[in-house]
Design a protein around this ligand. Sequence first.
Ligand SMILES: Cc1ncc(COP(=O)(O)O)c(C=O)c1O
Length: 361
Amino acid sequence: MTESISLVEAFQQTKYQIAGNGKRNIQNLKEAFEQIDGQRESDMYGNGKIIETFQEKMAAYLGKESAVFIPSGTMAQQIALRIWCDEKGIKKVAYHPLSHLEIHEESGLKELHHIETVLLGEVAGLIGLEDIRNLDQEIACLLLELPQREIGGQLPDYKTIEEISEYCKTNGIRLHLDGARLFEILPYYQKSAEEVCSLFDSVYISFYKGIGGIAGAILAGDNDFTIQSKVWKRRHGGDLISLYPYIISANYYFDKRISKMEQYYENAIELAAFFNSCPFIETKPAVPVSNMFHVHISQSKAKLEVLFKEIYYNTGIGLTSYLKETSQSSVSFEVSVGDQYHSIPKDKLQSVFQLLQDKLK
Ligand SMILES: Cc1ncc(COP(=O)(O)O)c(C=O)c1O
C-alpha cells in the first residue's frame, strides 16, 4: 500500500504529527496579520514604531539595555563576534565543534570577517569550565549554544554557566549566547530569560524555532554594542527597507507561544519516554531538558522506512519526515515538540508506540 511513496510523502499524508507547530505555509503569515490595521506605518531602514517597540520589548524581556532586530541569526551572530573581536583587537573566538557557525554557515565568520575559531570541548559533549581554563591562546569571545542542538539539545547544569561567566569576566573574555532556543530551556532551569542573559554580554534569540514565526532574530546587549550592531547590520545588507512582515509575525507568535514552553518541555519528556520504551531506540538526552531531543534507532534505514510508512498509514500519526543514516545499521532524527503534540489523542499515541514496539521486536 505504501511501497510507491516516499517517507516524506507518507508523513505529509498523516492526520497528526508528533513534532512542531504545524505546516510552515502562508497561513502562518496571514494569521499573524489578521488583526493588524492596514493603515499602520511600515518601518523604514531600522526606524519606526513597529521595529523600535519590538526591540524595546525584547530588550526588556532579556534584561538588556537595548536590542536590534536582524533578519537572521546567522547575520546576528557574525555581527556579535565581529564586534567583540574588534573591541579586543584579537580576531579569535571559541565555540563548540558542532556550533551552527561551524557547520551550517559556509564559514561565513572566517570568509567575511577573517575571524579564526577555536573548537572547544568534545564533539559529543558540552563545553566545560576546564576546556576554557585549558585554552592555550587568547580569544576575544566565547560563544555558548544553549541547548547544544546537534547533540540532541543537551544543557550544562546552571552552576557551570555561572562559573564560565565568572571566569570569562575575570579574564577579559566576552561571553555570547546562541539562544536560538533560549525560550525552550527556561522551564528546565526554572530561570527567567533575564536571569540567564545576565550571565552573557550579548544574546541572540530566534523567532521561528519554538516560537514558530516566519524568520528573524534579536541581538541584544548594552547600548554601545547595539549601536555597533546596527552599523554592521547595514554593512551585512540586513537593513531591509521594511522588516515588518517578520517583526509583526515574530511579535504575534511570541505572544501566542511564550507561555507554552513549559508544556512543550513536559510533552517532550513524555514523548521521549514513549520512544525509549521501544527496543533498539534511545533518545539523546535520555530525559529531555528542553522541547527537543534526538531519536537514535539501531536498525537499517531501508528497514525502518518501510516500517514507519506502514505505521503512518495504519495510525495516521507521523513520527518523522526523514531518517538520517548514521551507519549501515542505525539512523537518527530530531524531534522538537510544539503545539501539534498536544492535539493527538492519548490513546492514539499509546497505540502508535505499541505498534512500533511490536514491529521492532
Ligand atoms: C543554534 C542555532 N544558531 C543559529 C541559527 C541561525 O539562525 P538563522 O536560520 O536565523 O540564520 C540556527 C538556525 O537553525 C540555530 O539552530
